[in-house]
Design a protein around this ligand. Structure first.
Ligand code: NAD
Length: 499
């Protein structure tokens, strides 16, 4: 299918895609596919005011009724799954199956949020005073600014949007300027759902198109109490303090540097499959991509040989073609950074297998590479950084304690895993003295999380949690309520204040 046909099938019109100032390129072949009309920065104040006014109505709509809107959104996304999936591929360069998977993730979180809309439970709390009742109630917070990254052009929005909407909050979404097309099409699904819903307030969901300056307007506004920002640690280090300085609530989902420990008892065939999917899937451009392999020295050489053999057969190419497993990097800049990083690894004593530019048998104009496997003598500085590309560093260990220390000895703390059939090792890895990451898996790779769990990580990953479990609490304010139904006025802690 041509790019134009993919765009049209997803419901984007010529008028929307032409005549603007934001040039959008497809990673598939570097072709310019749109010139979008950017939201003027000086319109942000009006947009935020509209969201505030929507909030005053939406917060009073019963949560299960708010859930109905999200149910309709899920229906619209289901109906448009194939077209949106193809657009993710065009926009972000993901292979077809991963493009569809990203849309499925949106559908899944809608289902989750619909159920949640009847389960925004608070607590009842035992009061120490007679004739008193204590309870904890959850209330909507206000407009949520959603700033999203290029590599998950829509899924991350849906985690935030579905929860924010059932929690009673309007949303303002600023997608990445590198992959805004799927955002436009997904937002149209929400607009259709809003139309079917009927009586939602105007401005409940707004999409703004442009660069960091629009994100900055959300970050700086006191009328946007929650800013959920997904992207690089550099971006989070700018956004987080600004939101905090005005006592807003940041939800930060930043870079990862995820590791797998492979223990002597591991099922190596399973481990190889998990390693290859999580290290080279999405061409290493997932926040949860596997970047560090910490292998017991007794099995290191054999595992590296198996991986070299698996890497040698990986089909690199057009992400739309059946059978392709490694699509393009987002742009030439990303490829240049990968190659630079491999030079640093060589200078640190690493032996690099793969990691070359590919120009034969791939669409011209795209940034294609063979994934790199790098045998490292130690966890040097370049290994401790997140390079958003398919580079997998391999290091050896002798004791589990040493492996866990190495796994934790990076600034990031998103996802982690161990392959072992030894119960003691698995439980140690999951214990308080084990992995320090937000996600810790056993006999599963670090990437490809389900929506049912809370998603996010520690340290430079930002500490935010989104998606499942009780991540919804991040979108609401907690109120502790004490009701005195007695005829006395006893004070807590036995304090006496007689007048
Ligand atoms: P990026 O930081 O370049 O951009 C992300 C978003 O932030 C974009 O929408 C951008 O316009 C906006 N932005 C940039 N500077 C800003 C500022 N000063 N104020 C407000 N907004 C600003 O990231 P990217 O290259 O698009 O994405 C890749 C990065 O995202 C990787 O580090 C990856 O690990 C991370 N990521 C993390 C998660 C997660 O859930 N932890 C998920 C996806 C991606």
């Amino acid at each position: 299918m041509t790019h134009d046909a993919t765009l049209a099938a997803a419901g984007l019109t010529k008028a929307e895609l032409t005549g603007g100032t934001l040039a959008v390129y497809s990673p598939i072949d570097g072709a310019e596919v749109a010139q979008l009309h950017e939201t003027p920065a000086d319109e942000m104040a009006v947009i935020i005011a509209r969201a505030q006014s929507a909030f005053r109505q939406w917060r009073n709509v019963p949560a299960p009724r708010r859930g109905e809107l999200v149910r309709l959104l899920g229906e619209e996304l289901r109906n448009a799954k194939a077209e949106l999936g193809a657009l993710v591929t065009l926009d972000a360069g993901k292979i077809t199956s991963e493009g569809l998977g990203e849309v499925q993730e949106m559908i899944d979180i809608c289902d989750f949020a619909v159920g949640l809309s009847r389960q925004l439970y608070g607590l009842t709390i035992a009061s120490e005073r007679p004739g008193h009742r204590m309870a904890e109630t959850w209330h909507p917070m206000g407009p949520v600014g959603i700033i999203s990254a290029f590599n998950f052009p829509v899924a991350v929005w849906s985690w935030n949007a579905a929860l924010a909407l059932v929690c009673g909050n309007p949303i303002i979404w600023k997608p990445s300027e590198k992959s805004p097309l799927t955002a436009m099409a997904a937002h149209k699904c929400l607009e259709r759902a809003l139309e079917r819903f009927g009586d939602a307030p105007e401005g409940l969901s707004q999409l703004v198109i442009g660069g960091p300056e629009l994100g900055a307007a959300l970050v700086d506004s006191r009328d946007v109490p929650i800013v959920s920002a997904t992207g690089s640690t550099r971006m989070g280090s700018l956004v987080g303090p600004k939101v905090m300085a005005r006592f807003g609530r940041p939800i930060l989902e930043l870079g990862g540097n995820n590791a797998m420990i492979v223990a002597p008892s591991a099922d190596l065939d399973m481990a190889v499959r998990a390693i290859v999917f999580s290290a080279v899937g999405t061409a290493g451009q997932r926040c949860t991509s596997l970047r560090r392999l910490i292998v017991h020295n007794s099995i290191r050489e054999g595992l590296v040989e198996k991986l070299k053999a698996a890497y040698a057969t990986l089909p690199v190419g057009d992400p739309r073609t059946d059978g392709t497993l490694v699509g393009p990097l987002v742009d030439n800049g990303a490829r240049a950074r990968m190659l630079e990083q491999l030079d640093r690894a060589r200078a640190d004593g690493g032996t690099v297998h793969g990691g070359a530019s590919v120009s034969d048998g791939v669409p011209q104009g795209g940034a294609y590479v063979t994934p790199a496997l790098v045998d490292m003598p130690a966890q040097t500085d370049c290994v401790r950084e997140e390079t958003f590309a398919p580079i997998l560093y391999v290091m050896g260990y002798d004791t589990l304690e040493e492996a866990i220390e190495m796994q934790n000895d990076v600034p990031q703390g998103l996802s982690s895993c161990i392959f072992t059939l030894n119960l003691r090792e698995a439980e140690t890895f999951l214990s308080a003295s084990g992995s320090d990451c937000g996600i810790a898996n056993v006999n599963i790779g670090p990437s490809g999380a389900e929506i049912g769990g809370a998603f996010g990580g520690e340290k430079e990953t930002g500490g935010g949690r989104e998606s499942g479990s009780d991540a919804w609490k991040g979108y609401m304010r907690r109120q502790t309520c004490t009701v005195n139904y007695s005829a006395e006025l006893p004070l807590a802690q036995g304090v006496r204040f007689d007048i």
